[in-house]
Write a protein that binds this ligand. Structure first.
Ligand SMILES: NC(=O)c1ccc[n+]([C@@H]2O[C@H](COP(=O)([O-])OP(=O)(O)OC[C@H]3O[C@@H](n4cnc5c(N)ncnc54)[C@H](O)[C@@H]3O)[C@@H](O)[C@H]2O)c1
Length: 386
């Protein structure tokens, strides 16, 4: 079998996960990595046994062997680098959020119109957990009746202290939103794909709980604790928290909150869909289980079990029941779906796919902007307004 040759740009926190996941899929060969911090890229290339290591984005993209490029750089570089990858005639797998603004994500959709054979995927990886795919199919088949309510949260604590710092704090890098764009977008993606409905109106309370932060004089790695004592005080312009009321196009209502300042919460994604017949609830930190709520009989605690999952979800589960699958496995499913699409010669916009597309990424950017606008203007915002 001819393996697909892959390059990765950005070998920071999430870059590592891309490297490991690519290595788990037999149909792929990780050919090269690149990072503006060449020493970091070199260390990773040596550790993971990657053949080539480049100093710049342009060098990696110019490598004729490479067919697909993963963009794992900070959000401010997504448009610029994705555009280069697409115009070089390569497939692109980008990190989310798709851009700093919806104008940027719209531009990427425009560019893609000239490259109909390009497969452009986005790493909204939580949706590819086997049980989420299973619940999606069960909800579509009517198992919980008509979805009435969708509620939950995505909570973290890694930016709780004023000394916590990362490029995500700064609009120059993160764009119009921090907490909603970075983690709320994952929750909204789950809400939309599980219900098969779109969020069309939002009403938000966005909060900057720490208006001033101590920015260290050296960059702090994502999720790492800052040990640098030298800092400057900076004014914060991006939200630490958002609480959002939602309306869906199928008539369902919802509410979610996202926070990066909730002590003790690490990657607490919780989502519940309450339908006319039953409810489903799932939490990412115990992602091998799902709860099903009933009114007239005992509730059920469902353990992921390949033997009794819906046929369409079986391809996204690999271990026997009782052997927990988690975040890494959802990520693997995501890349498996994306690369399967390429290998089968499928076309974006024509063939259905389970991985997130740039079109979906653009919609989530619009939702993010609507939430920020709603928070500023203190009113309901319809998606038509952004
Ligand atoms: N899908 C997920 O669950 C998930 C999780 C974490 C991060 N992310 C996304 O991944 C992206 C990166 O986040 P991160 O936490 O890994 O950040 P990070 O800061 O840890 O890593 C980014 C890397 O990009 C490199 N870089 C910066 N400018 C570059 C350039 N011009 N050329 C080449 N390399 C460059 C940096 O040196 C760094 O190594 C963000 O958009 C973030 O939202 C997604």
């Amino acid at each position: 079998m001819n393996k697909i040759k892959v390059g990765i740009i950005g070998t920071g926190y999430i870059g590592d996960s891309h490297i490991e996941t690519i290595r788990r899929l037999g149909k792929l060969e990780l050919t090269a990595v690149a990072d503006v911090h060449y020493d970091l890229a070199k260390t990773k290339a040596e550790f993971f046994g990657v053949e080539k290591c480049y100093k710049s984005v342009d060098e990696l993209i110019a490598d004729k062997d490479i067919q697909v490029v993963h963009n794992c750089t900070p959000t401010n570089l997504h448009l610029e680098i994705n555009e280069k990858i697409i115009r070089a005639g390569k497939h692109v797998f980008s990190e989310k959020p798709l851009g700093k603004t919806s104008a940027e994500s719209a531009k990427m959709l425009e560019i893609l119109k000239d490259y109909p054979d390009t497969v452009a995927g986005l790493n909204f990886c939580y949706r590819m957990n086997g049980l989420i795919q299973d619940a999606k199919n069960r909800i579509a088949a009517g198992e919980i009746g008509q979805p009435y309510l969708v509620h939950g949260s995505y909570l973290q604590d890694w930016l709780l202290y004023e000394t916590d710092y990362n490029w995500r704090i700064e609009p120059e890098y993160t764009g119009v939103s921090r907490c909603v764009g970075d983690i709320g977008s994952h929750w909204m993606d789950l809400a939309q794909i599980m219900t098969g409905a779109k969020i069309v109106e939002v009403c938000a309370n966005t909060v900057i709980a720490l208006p001033v932060r101590k920015k260290p004089t050296t960059q702090v790695e994502t999720f790492a604790v800052n040990t640098n004592q030298d800092y400057e005080e900076v004014k914060v312009e991006t939200e630490d928290y958002a609480g959002v009321l939602l309306k869906f196009d199928n008539g369902a209502s919802g509410i979610f909150q996202c926070s990066e300042i909730s002590a003790g919460r690490k990657c607490f994604i919780d989502i519940e869909i309450d339908g006319s017949a039953a409810s489903f609830q799932w939490n990412q930190q115990i992602s091998d289980q799902m709860w099903k709520g009933h009114r007239d009989r005992n509730n059920e605690q469902i353990m992921r079990n390949p033997n009794i999952m819906t046929a369409q979800a079986k391809k996204y589960t690999h271990l026997a029941a009782g052997h927990p699958e988690g975040w890494n496995d959802a990520f693997k499913n995501n890349l498996d779906a994306y690369y399967g699409f390429i290998m089968e010669g499928k076309k974006m916009g024509k063939d259905p796919c389970d991985f997130a597309t740039f079109k979906e990424g653009h919609y989530l950017m619009r939702l993010t902007e609507a939430i920020i606008k709603s928070g500023k203007e203190r009113r309901w915002i319809s998606l038509d307004e952004v």
